[in-house]
Design a protein around this ligand. Sequence first.
Ligand code: AMP
Ligand code: ZN
Length: 489
Amino acid sequence: MPLHLYNTLSNKVEDFAPLTDNTVRMYACGPTVYDYGHIGNFRTFVAVDILRRFLLQSGYKLQHVMNITDVDDKIIRNAAREQKTVQEYTRPYEDAFLEDMGTLNLERPEKMVRATEHIAEMAEFIKKLEAKGFAYKTEDGSYYFSIAKFPEYGKLSKKDFGGMEIGARVDVDEYEKDNARDFALWKAPKPGEASWDSVIGPGRPGWHIECSVMAMKYLGDSFDLHGGGEDLTFPHHENEIAQSEALTGKIFSRFWMHVRFLLVEGKKMSKSEGNFYTLRDLLLKGYKPSAIRFLLTSVPYTKQLNFTFAGLEQGAKSVDRLRTFKSRVETAQLLPGANARIQELAAETRREMTAGMQDDLNTARAQAAIFDMVREGNIALDESTLKQNDKAPLLAALQQFDEIFAVIKDDDAEKIARATEWAKAHGKLEGSALTADIMSDADVEKLIAERNAAKKSRDFARSDAIRKELTEAGIVVEDTKDGIRWKRK
Ligand code: AMP
Ligand code: ZN
C-alpha cells in the first residue's frame, strides 16, 4: 500500500510516490535564524523528520533540502542595532539550531543551504522574471512580482483575489494574511543596513525568492514535495509557486504538506501570554528531549497539538515504558521455544504501525499499536509465558517503531547537561530547575558494580551507602529476577 498524503494543492489525500527513480525530492522551509528555535518551530521540523524517516523506511532514497533563512527584515534590523554584520548576528543562532536538531534526534537533510550564499542567483532569477514581464522595477530600485500577470495566483491557499487592487504593493517580509499584493522580490538598500551588489543593482532579496531559487537549484524545476508550517501556505508558498511557475511554465512542487500549528496550554504561543518556550527553556526546566519529541509526535501533523506540561510528563512516562519494556525483553531469562500468540502480536503490530503511517502519517495510530504490544508483552513476561524465540520479533517491532520516533535510546541526561553548560556559559541559568550535576552512565555502571561487590562481600553498610548516592543522583536501581536494571527518574 502506498503512502496516502494530504496535498494542500489538490485539497485531497493522494497516493504519494516520487516522480522519477525512487528518489523523493523534497524541500522544507527551514528556520529564520534571528533567535533560538521554539517548540512551535520544532513541531513542524519534527513532523518533516517523521515524514523523511518513514520515506526511508519505505525504501525510498531522499534528496531533502532545507534552507537557513539568514537574511530578512528582522535580521537586518537586529544586526544593524547590535552593530554586527548579518553573518556575525545569525551564525550563533544557526549553530544553536543545528545543535537543537541533534537534541531532538532530527536527521540532517541531505542539503542545508544558506540564503546569503545564493544572492547572486536570486538576482539572476529576478532579472529573468523581469525579462518575461512578471517583475517590474520601482523608482527606488526595488523589484516586485506582478500577481495580476499570474492568473493562477491563489491556487494553493484557495483564496479568491477577484476584487484585489491591481498593482498594490507590499514590501515587508512579515506575514500578511488576507491581502493579495504585488510582493517584493528585491529591496533597494536602506541607509545603515546590509545590502549586496548584483546584476539588478544593489539591495537585498525579499523572503520568498530564496526558497524558489534554492529549491530549483538543488531539486530541479519540478520536484515531489514542499513543506512547512500551516502559516506559510499564504503568502510565502503561494508566492513561491507564482515566481517559479511564472519563470518555467512547469509545475513547481507536486505535493504541499502543511503542519498544523501548535498551541501551548490551549492558547496561541506568544511572548506576551508568557507561554512561549524555546527548546532550550524546556531542557533547563529539566524536561527530557525524548519526552518533548514524543509529545510533538503524539498528535498527527494534520491535527492541532495542544502542548501542555501535563502532556510532557505523560510523554516521559510513555518513553520510559518503552525503554523498560525493551530492557526487560533483552535481559529476560526465558525457556526455549516460541509463544504463537506473541509471534502473531509482534507481526500484527508491525503491520499496524506501517498502516498507521501510510494513513497520512497517523503517528497516533502507530503509537497506539506499539503500546498495545508493550501491554501484552509485559503480561507475558509477568506470567512467564514469553519464550526465547519471541525476543527477536518483539525487538524488531520496537526497532521499526524507533526508526521513526527515535525516543528509545537514552541519551537525555547528556543532552540536558550540554544545554545546562551552554546556559551557564551564556548566563541563562537563572530560575532554571536544573542545577544538579548529572551522573554519567559510566559512573552509574561503576557504582552499581561496586555495590554488587560490596554485597557479595557482605559489606552492607557500603552497599546501602552506594544505593543512597545513586538515589540522590536520580538513579533508580531495581533488583529483578533477571539481574540488576537501572534507569533515571
Ligand atoms: P520561522 O523560523 O519563523 O521561519 O519558522 C520555522 C518553521 O516553524 C516554519 O515552517 C513555521 O511555519 C513553523 N512554525 C512557527 N510557529 C509554529 C507553531 N506555533 N506551530 C507549528 N509550526 C510553527
Ligand atoms: Zn520557504
